[in-house]
Every structure is written in structure tokens, then in C-alpha cells.
Design a protein. Structure first.
Lengths: 348, 348
């Protein structure tokens, strides 16, 4: 019985616009003290008392930012929230609310939207952000997701991109490059599947990489970790576009240069093994692969003792005078200018 | 020289993503005291001190919400901001900031985006809202605009949809139905143009209607007007989907019924003349046409003396018990149940 594979396909037109919004949002309860009024009026109402408010927004387009051939809708919903929450974390602020707008073409049944919103709801619960508003509409083509994330922080806690100084240490959380290699693995499997739809992929060797691609997490914990260590970063940014690109953003905003050390880059063993299998240089992947949603920040040299040996953080370089430029110091001790999308620099 | 008609068409790819964002946002200066940091970091930072924060968001899709065949891009940018600012006004709050995300297919040259952002910038200036963030990306098809509007108000000032009580008076600002008839005029001209591209339309008789459709304004002034009159509405909503639909939303949220009086509906003379020309019932247009961005609110009967005769406001009905239902009382004194998208009700 072929119907069993896809038992329910309810056309969106069956609910109408208001019915659809009510259906998709009825399970969103609010729990933040700062949420006075969530979904259901012309606007949400929030109360941050003496806290500062932090706001970030992102637009995700099918075929540009994601490919539904290998991203399940529930994961996509989760990841869309994570990407926005990560921007709030990158200000050293606490994520508190999000708005979620979605446009879909009529090729999506209600059950597909339910999957997407299940992922959004799961992330909202995981990160304790209230879904306080949004919009649901039809699109001419494909799926479009727009999320605005809101957070709060005391003024003194907020960390901008432009505060790094010469001699500051450059620190990254977690490990990097895995999300990119996860995507390479999934793209290879997609091609195999297109040639032979009956092939059963064996992805055991890549579970960490795939999880980093499909279900990344925002480093909401870093704010707490740094607070406990009594460290206030001098500058911070999240790694969405790739390490090299983010280092350049941070250096330009702070008007400093940087020396990044290849040997210090935190790489997961699975990443190294898979890079060897794919015959790709792991350093290239680590500095250019995006979507890790780790945090990159600078701290004063005086804070070195507080952070060294901490498994959550890796010191990967230090800031220098702006005129010295931004460089990767290789294992062979050569100095290569770092570029955004710097594949050329490394492949030369 | 055919090029003279379209002298500049710069492909978006020439600038790259970061170059494009910088180009489009470089003229956005912030002026609100509550904007501590606008565009240029992972997130904007705002300070509302003891005010409450009001947030609303909208997603606009080409081919669904607008047709570029008769909406100039500059007007579209302006209108997109107005639609969101209107939601903040409908909470009786002061609009203060917006984020703007845009996705475009590569059929749009840079000059088209410049037009769109010129309209956004004009509206931002007109309504004194700071553009504090956003995202610019490519789309698979058409133009997509996502705006989140933020506003502030004292807690006691904020007006929800659910506060209307039996015996309250129902009040509307300005006049209604004109934006809808403006669209009908433009659609007729589009069809004429498709048959004969050399025809020169004479739109003098429809200037008000077309302006209401192409360059609507949000009623930011109403907050000030009501404050001066010492009136605090019991419930408020903006008219984006049409009067009947919004009355039903307000009644359902407030758990009341309503009698709406046909003879009280504020119609512009140009609307009445054009409805006659198009052979459309002007009442049907007034209660079902959307996009007027006027405000609909209820006040206590005691406030009647403060508002009567005020040219900004028209009392169009009064609230009744929920069990009495929601009705239009016609000029012939018959009682017709009001429905959202209620064309059937009136054409029957």
C-alpha cells in the first residue's frame, strides 16, 4: 500500500490563512518573564526593565541557503532558530524571544509545515526563547523562512566586534569545519542516491559531521562559562560564514591585524579522517567552512591563566598591529595572508 | 539609442554579498535615543529604559502581496515599512526601529534594489524609525521583503484587541475602501496597457485612490491625537485586511458583538464616483477592501463628547453582547451578518 508511506497530505488551502496561523502557533506557550504578550495581537509586547535589548534577523531561502533533498524539515526549523540565536550569543547576550515568518508554495502539504514548526518549537524550547509573532503566507516558489531573534543583557555585558586590541588573544569555542564536511558527505550521498535510489548509505563514520551540519547548536552556554571565569571578551562574533571570514570582520571592525596558528586549530578526529578520505586539506576546511555556529572572541592577555586548558576554549592566535595584516602561520612556519573565501590562498 | 532608457544595469554579483549590504545600508543613520547600535555587528543593541517594547513582523512576496507591473519599487519599499509601522501604531505605541531583509532573483539589477531601498529610507525618515539591521540575499524567484518593526510605549498606554466592552463605541480613522479601488483602477490600466502598450492613461480622476494604494500612510498621528483628547481606546487594531475582517478579529478577541452602521461609513467622494463608474457597491468596497492602514478602535461611551465632530475620527457603530452577533445595519435598516471576506453576504 503505497499510501502508507505518506499517509496524510492536507492542502494548505483547506485551512485558510488565519486557520493555518492558528494551527501552527497554537502550541507556542511563552515562559520568559519579559514576554508580556506573545502571538495574537497586532504586535507582541515585551518588558526588559533595565536590560538592553539585542535584535538580529535572518532570511533563509530554499535553493540558496538549504536543499530539502538532504535537510529534513524538522532539522531545518531547528537550525533556522539556532542560526539566529547564535547571533544573540555573539553579543554575549541572553536569547529571549523570536518571531518566525514562513512562506511556502502550494507543493507543501500541511504535514510538511507541521514538521518545520516542530523543529522550530523544539529549538525554542531548548534555547528557552518564546515565539512571539510571525507571518505565514504563500510563495511563488519554494520555502522561505525569516526569523528575528531578540535578547537581553546588561549594558556592561554586551560585546561588540570592534573592541579587540593588539596583543589580545584570539579564542574559538568547540571545534570547527565539521558542519562543512557534513555537507560534503550529504552531497556525495545525494549524488549516489540519484544514480542508485536503492543504495543504503552507511554513514556511521560521519555521524558527528552530519549532526554538526543538520543539527548545529548555538553556544548559549559560553555566556555563562565566561561569566564564571570572570572573563569579559574584548570582541566577539559567531562563525556562520567561516573562520577566516569572521576573523577578517573582527579585525576590520577593531582596526587590528591577526596571526592565526594552523597548529592550534581545534579539529575533531572525524573531520581529519574524512578530509583524508575526501582528499581535502583539513586546514582549508577549518578556516573556510561555515555554519559551525561556534563563537570567536578576543580576550586580554591577562586572562590567559583563566582560560588555558579549558576544554571549551582554544586559543588559536593573537591580535597584532593593523599594519601587520591578517595572516595564517602554517605548521611549516610560513606566513600566508588570510582571505575571506580564501581557497585560492591555500591552494596556490 | 535604446540604452538611454535604462542607462545602468549593474549585476548584483558584481558587488558580492557583503559589498551589497554595505552599499544598500551605508546611508542609514540612526537618530532614536533608544538605538545604541544599529547595523554593523551580529545584532543591534537597543535601550528602552522603563518603556515596554512592541514587536511586529511581516513577510511580503512578489506575485502574492504585490505585482511589480504597477507598483514602482520605491513605492513598494515605502509601503512595506508603512504596513509594519501601522501594526505598532495599532498597539497605541510609538514606532522606533525596523529591520529589513530582502531577497531578490538575479533578474534585478543593483539599480532596482537602490529604488526599493530609497523608498524604505524615505519611509524610515518620514516615520522616524531607525533601520537597525537586516539581511540581503538571492532568491530563486522574485522579490521577497521581510520587515520587523519595533516600538515603545508606557505599559498603561498599550491597547490590545481584547479590551472592547458592550456599549463601547466603534471608531475608525480617516476614510476606507480607497486603497482597494486604487488597485482596481491600476489593474484596469494594466489590462489596457497589455492590449495597447502605446495608450496614455488619464488617471486624474483617480489620484486619491491610486495614492492610497501606492503610497499609504500609517496613522502614527492617532496616538498623539488621542493623547491630546485624553482618550484611551479600550481595544485597537489596524485595517490591513479590510474593515469587516478586522471588526470580527476585534469582536472575537474581546468576546463582544457589534452593530456597524452602513450610513456612517466614511467614504471619499472619489471612491463613491469610481465605484459608480465600475458598477461596484461602495459599501462592499468599504467593508471588504484592505490595505487602508487606518486604525479601528473602541472607546467608552463616556468619551463620546471628546470625539464627536472630530474630523480625524468617525463613529461607525457600537459594541453589543457577544450573543447578539456581529451585524451590518443597512441604510434600509435591515440587519446583515458581517463576514470576513463578506462579498457573499452583500451580493446575496
Amino acid at each position: 500500500m503505497i499510501e502508507d508511506k505518506n499517509p496524510q497530505r492536507t492542502p494548505l488551502s483547506q485551512l485558510g490563512e488565519f486557520g493555518l496561523i492558528e494551527h501552527l502557533t497554537k502550541n507556542f506557550e511563552t515562559s520568559r518573564p519579559s514576554t508580556l504578550k506573545g502571538i495574537g495581537d497586532d504586535a507582541a509586547v515585551l518588558d526588559f526593565k533595565d536590560k538592553k535589548v539585542v535584535v538580529s534577523t535572518d532570511l533563509l531561502i530554499e535553493g540558496v541557503h538549504f536543499d530539502l533533498a538532504y535537510v529534513p524539515l524538522k532539522h531545518l526549523g531547528y537550525k533556522a532558530v539556532v542560526a539566529n540565536v547564535s547571533d544573540i550569543c555573539a553579543m554575549n547576550a541572553l536569547p529571549t524571544q523570536i518571531t518566525v515568518s514562513v512562506a511556502v508554495s502550494n507543493r507543501f502539504p500541511l504535514e510538511a509545515l507541521d514538521e518545520l514548526f516542530a523543529g522550530i518549537a523544539l529549538a525554542a524550547k531548548e534555547y528557552r526563547v518564546d515565539v512571539i509573532g510571525g507571518d505565514t503566507t504563500s510563495s511563488q516558489k519554494g520555502l522561505i523562512i525569516s526569523i528575528t531573534a531578540i535578547g537581553e543583557a546588561d549594558e556592561g555585558e554586551i560585546v561588540y566586534r570592534d573592541g579587540a586590541k593588539e596583543m589580545d588573544l584570539l579564542v574559538v569555542t568547540g571545534d570547527i569545519g565539521a558542519a562543512y564536511m557534513g555537507l560534503q558527505v550529504l552531497e556525495r550521498e545525494k549524488q549516489v542516491f540519484q544514480v542508485n535510489p536503492n543504495s543504503q548509505p552507511d554513514l556511521d563514520a560521519y555521524t558527528y559531521l552530519i549532526e554538526r551540519q543538520l543539527k548545529p547548536e548555538a553556544r548559549k552556554d559560553v555566556r555563562t562559562l565566561l561569566h564564571a571565569l570572570e572573563i569579559r571578551p574584548t570582541a566577539m562574533i559567531d562563525i556562520s560564514d567561516g573562520l577566516s571570514s569572521e576573523i577578517i570582520h573582527l579585525c576590520k571592525a577593531s582596526k587590528v591585524g591577526c596571526n592565526l596558528y594552523e597548529e592550534k586549530l581545534p579539529l575533531d578526529p572525524q573531520l581529519i579522517a574524512t578530509c583524508e578520505e575526501f582528499n581535502i586539506d583539513s586546514t582549508t576546511v577549518a578556516i573556510n567552512g561555515g555554519e559551525d555556529y561556534e563563537l570567536l572572541f578576543t580576550i586580554k592577555m591577562d586572562d590567559f591563566e583563566k582560560i588555558k586548558g579549558n576544554p571549551n576554549f582554544t586559543i588559536i592566535g593573537h591580535m597584532v598591529k593593523e599594519t601587520e595584516g591578517i595572516h595564517l602561520i602554517t605548521r611549516a612556519d610560513t606566513k600566508i595572508p588570510l582571505r575571506a573565501r580564501g581557497w585560492d590562498a591555500l591552494e596556490a
